[in-house]
Design a protein around this ligand. Structure first.
Ligand code: IMP
Length: 422
């Protein structure tokens, strides 16, 4: 069975852990969008691994891990990640495949990300990794792909054009000295040499896998409300995070996806700027952040925290056709007296049960909350769904009703064994 795993909030839902668990029974694990802005944390025993580009499934032996064409690649960061894994005794040499069609993040993308952000009056809170400018070049048809890096003549042509155009913009608009062709050319050719062993026609590879009835897991990065089309634009990332991104980002037919699993936290978090209707006040936010270790895995930035927002989750489930839900970090709510869930928004006397796209509404909407009693018990040792405290079961059952979806996995800690399957 082929599964797509999608984040239903603003990223950091704990997808890395769920991917790691589901990978056990899969043959291929595929990233299809985003870049090294993502940070997927997986805890194995007492060791914590953080992945930015390589699918978290790499921790399992004999799985083919694919970076699909929809991903943007920063070669230095990729090579660092490969080294970091090697130091932990995990070799990617046989099992990592990178699409020749991935676009490559260049130094000017990273610098432009930061320069643009510094000039914006409404800052996005970008990770500054050059993701947006790289995708912008892809759409503008001037991007450089992995396959271009492998052909020094083509790479030279494309880089020359790019540097000429970028340098003019950097100097005139941003008062930046610009970039040296020679420096980037030789640096990136050296990267290409190291990366070339992993490069493949991954769309064909996956199509062949499908023909052989292999099991594929598509690993989403970021969350639905960071999706370039459906997220809280412009406070979003620059790729399609929702299930539609799987087909374009991996080169497979939608008919190949048998199951769509959505991942939500038992509450909500967000890194970076943008509207967040259920955000806690500072004191309570600090408390939950500490308890849930809510700091960005990529930038270390403190995450903003808030109550579970059923309006968001419901919309995300519908957008991706999610059939089963994994709820993570339930244990973080263990000792709370009261827990709130947002069931609708209110703005100027009007109730919004559906996610409003009008920015003014979203920014000023007041959540309509339903109150739940806490369970005041530790859940992290519980192995069976039915053994969860009664109030935790009430909470989960209410969430199921509000999001019209079945909760199949509950995560009650960062370790593999702290997971309840229903
Ligand atoms: P960018 O994609 O790095 O430009 O970031 C755009 C927005 O998406 C910012 O608010 C980031 O904090 C957020 N973002 C990007 N990647 C992730 C992620 O993996 N988890 C959570 N937020 C992310």
């Amino acid at each position: 069975m082929n599964t797509a795993l999608i984040g239903l909030q603003w990223g950091d839902e704990g997808k890395g852990k769920i991917v790691d668990i589901l990978s056990e029974n899969c043959d291929y694990i595929v990233r299809y969008q985003g870049g090294n802005n993502a940070g997927h944390t997986v805890v194995v025993g007492d060791k914590e691994f953080i992945f930015h580009l390589i699918p978290s499934g790499i921790l399992h032996k004999n799985k083919v891990c694919v970076i699909g064409n929809g991903v943007v690649i920063e070669p230095e960061s990729l090579l660092e990640e490969i080294d970091y894994l090697a130091k932990s005794g995990i070799s990617v040499n046989k099992n990592l495949k990178i699409s020749a069609l991935c676009h490559v993040i260049m130094p000017y993308h990273r610098i432009l990300d930061k320069l643009r952000e510094s000039k914006r009056s409404n800052k996005i809170g970008t990770t500054g990794r050059g993701i947006g400018p790289c995708y912008a070049d892809k759409i503008s048809r001037c991007g450089i792909r992995v396959v271009d890096l492998l052909n020094p003549r083509i790479f030279k042509e494309k880089l020359k054009d790019n540097i000429a155009e970028k340098n003019e913009i950097f100097q005139k608009v941003y008062n930046h000295p610009g970039f040296s062709f020679d420096e980037i050319y030789s640096k990136y050719l050296a990267y290409a040499k190291k990366i070339s062993v992993f490069v493949a026609d991954t769309a064909t590879l996956l199509q062949q896998a499908l023909k052989k009835n292999k099991c594929i897991l598509f690993e989403g990065a970021q969350g639905t409300f960071l999706d370039i089309d459906f997220g809280t634009y412009p406070y979003v990332t620059s790729s399609n995070v929702t299930v539609g991104g799987v087909c374009n980002g991996a080169g497979i037919t939608p008919k190949a996806i048998d199951m769509i699993i959505g991942v939500v936290k038992a509450y909500t978090t967000r890194v970076g700027e943008g509207p967040f209707p259920t955000e806690f006040d500072k004191g309570f936010c600090d408390f939950i952040r500490k308890k849930g270790k809510e700091f960005g895995a990529t930038t270390g930035r403190p995450r903003r925290c808030g109550w579970f927002d059923a309006v968001l989750a419901r919309h995300a489930i519908n957008l991706s056709g999610v059939e089963e839900v994994a709820v993570t970090k339930l244990d973080v709510l263990d000792n709370l007296k009261e827990i709130f869930v947002c069931t609708a928004y209110k703005y100027k006397g009007k109730i919004f049960k559906y996610f409003p796209y009008d920015f003014e509404v979203l920014r000023n909407a007041k959540p309509v909350y339903r109150k739940f009693s806490g369970w005041n018990k530790t859940t992290s040792k519980i192995k069976k769904f039915g053994a969860l405290p009664k109030n935790a079961l009430n909470y989960l059952s209410a969430l199921e009703g509000l999001i019209s979806s079945r909760i199949k996995i509950v995560s009650v800690g960062s370790k593999r064994e702290e997971t309840i399957f229903r």
